[in-house]
Design a protein around this ligand. Sequence first.
Ligand code: ADP
Length: 431
Amino acid sequence: MSHAVLGCIADDFTGATDLANNLVRSGLRTVQINGVPQDNSKVDADALVIALKSRTIAPADAVAQSLQAYQWLKAQGVQQIYFKYCSTFDSTPQGNIGPVTDALLDAIHGPGQGFTIVCPAFPENHRTVFKGHLFVGDVLLSDSGMRHHPLTPMTDANLVRFMQAQTKRQIGLVQHSTVAQGPQAMRAAFAQLQAQGVGVAVVDAISNQDLMLMGQALQDMPLVTAGSGVAIGLPQNWPDRLQKGSSASQLPAASGHGAVISGSCSLATNAQVQHWVQSGRPALAIDPLALAAGQDLVAQALAWAKPLLAAGPVLVYATANAESVKAIQNTLGAQHAGELVERALSAVAQGLVQMGVGQLVVAGGETSGAVVQALGVERMVIGPQIDPGVPWTSVRTPAAPGRDVHVALKSGNFGGEDFFVKAFAMLETHP
Ligand code: ADP
């Protein structure tokens, strides 16, 4: 039994598995815990990831939940706290990345004190930060599909400016030219910025090499805030904890039927849903307007799926393109539409698992949070990676007493076009 050295707070559930995946691949034994546990008994792991669903809730609630997670992690004896947000910096000018960062710094260092970084870079998934601007592939964040996100439309790629709008502290920048010089140069830049009154520095990173160098520079920083990418550089700071050989933990054999639940409206997920539908696999769309009109689409979806499951995986989705999402939001309001869809999709997921689904892919961060909460999943064991940022995990749920269920939580923007098909194919070859 060894207590964790790294304690992470993730603002959504797909983000948590993405982070846990990077930590496991870098050699740390990692346990993901959904929500803040009630008891303080020590967990045997090198890294702990607390998954919250705090990305789009009211800033005060996000702060309260994050502080609760921090207190629990502190009681576990961790040496460093990692606040994990999306690699597309999903937030609004009101929060929640800024307020949570401020609150954690206040709690760790005292009001207005301390210093941390901001770095959503995840180069393996084509998210890079250069001169303080976030790129998705070859375009600025604000030119990417994220500008149409249903809950957190991202229309400013300048992280210094955007973070400043959310934060009490002064925001600074450590440019790539400094990052490339290595840990010492970065530490000097942090000290210089702090002396100038900066509390939070956006740090450029365009490659895994940058992240490895940055990891060394962050060795003694009590709080790190970042996407999941920065996590690949941290485990090297605890050489005695690194696991040898295959880093992904072995999962129990997969069993049961397969299903995909998709509530993400990202460009990537739209393409994945289209790929599934065009390949002739069974798919059922959930119409938010029909939900709002009180139709029992959950019962209809379960009745539809029941006779199909034995023949192969089914897809139930609310995924829609930007234009139809806009139209629905104009009628129902963005928040209400999101909640209606999340509630319906999580009820479908629960029903499907009760009907014998044992391999469940969920697309969408908020959607994943809703599904995992509805399934009452407390812990997730991280397994092999399907695509960068998305591992299979194994969970226990009251919806499937006595059996392990494989769950993959896919952040909306992640995964290749054939992601859903690939996920199930992988379980056939890697039980
Ligand atoms: P992503 O990972 O792509 O951000 P999320 O699940 O986090 O996906 O967010 C998508 C949000 O959009 C969810 O709240 C979901 O319920 C909502 N949503 C899904 N389909 C629709 C739709 N057709 N119209 C309006 N909102 C939708």
